[in-house]
Design a protein around this ligand. Structure first.
Ligand code: ADP
Length: 161
């Protein structure tokens, strides 16, 4: 049984995240999307809100579950019986940081390996930060996130469309 976790902030989930979820779910038996609570980062959405958005967006994928966690990814992975960590890579700039995290996770628990999926070219520029930035100025984020997420983001910024 190949069990993987895809950890991240997902604040909010974008088409880039969904692409990684769909592709990695085809490679493993079970994929757990693990939302990092990271209250220190002062997220736009609470962990519960992020979990519920991702649950709705992945309801068509039978081997995907969604939960939230705090603490070390490697610890959470072992608690859930996952040995694979999935991460997405956009540009070279992601690489150095991701390499460091992957090696740390492996050092904390050597059972754990990280697999990287290259971003879909269509979404290579896309990040949750960009989505929030554009929305905060009233810009159109329909190309970046599903409609339900778009509405929730606008609601947070109280932009009526
Ligand atoms: P974190 O705060 O952990 O970086 P994010 O929610 O920003 O969390 O991203 C989670 C994971 O998804 C990371 O591995 C990131 O590289 C990947 N990711 C984010 N946006 C994209 C995208 N547009 N294409 C591919 N992977 C992405």
């Amino acid at each position: 049984m190949k069990r993987a976790i895809y950890p991240g902030s997902f604040d909010p989930p974008t088409f880039g995240h969904l692409d990684i979820i769909e592709r990695s779910a085809r490679m493993v038996d079970e994929l757990n999307v693990a939302v990092l609570k990271n209250s220190a980062k002062n997220p736009l959405f609470s962990a519960e809100e992020r979990v519920s958005m991702i649950k709705e967006l992945t309801s068509h994928l039978p081997n995907v579950t969604v939960s939230s966690f705090d603490g070390l990814t490697a610890d959470y992975a072992s608690q859930t019986g996952a040995t694979i960590v999935v991460r997405g890579l956009r540009a070279v700039t992601d690489f150095e940081y991701e390499l460091q995290i992957a090696q740390t996770n492996h050092a904390v628990n050597e059972q754990i390996d990280t697999i990287f999926l290259m971003t879909n070219l269509k979404y290579s520029y896309l990040s949750s930060t960009i989505v929030k930035e554009v929305a905060s100025y009233g810009g159109d984020i329909s190309k970046f996130v599903p409609d339900t997420v778009r509405d929730s983001v606008y609601e947070k910024y109280q932009i009526m469309r």
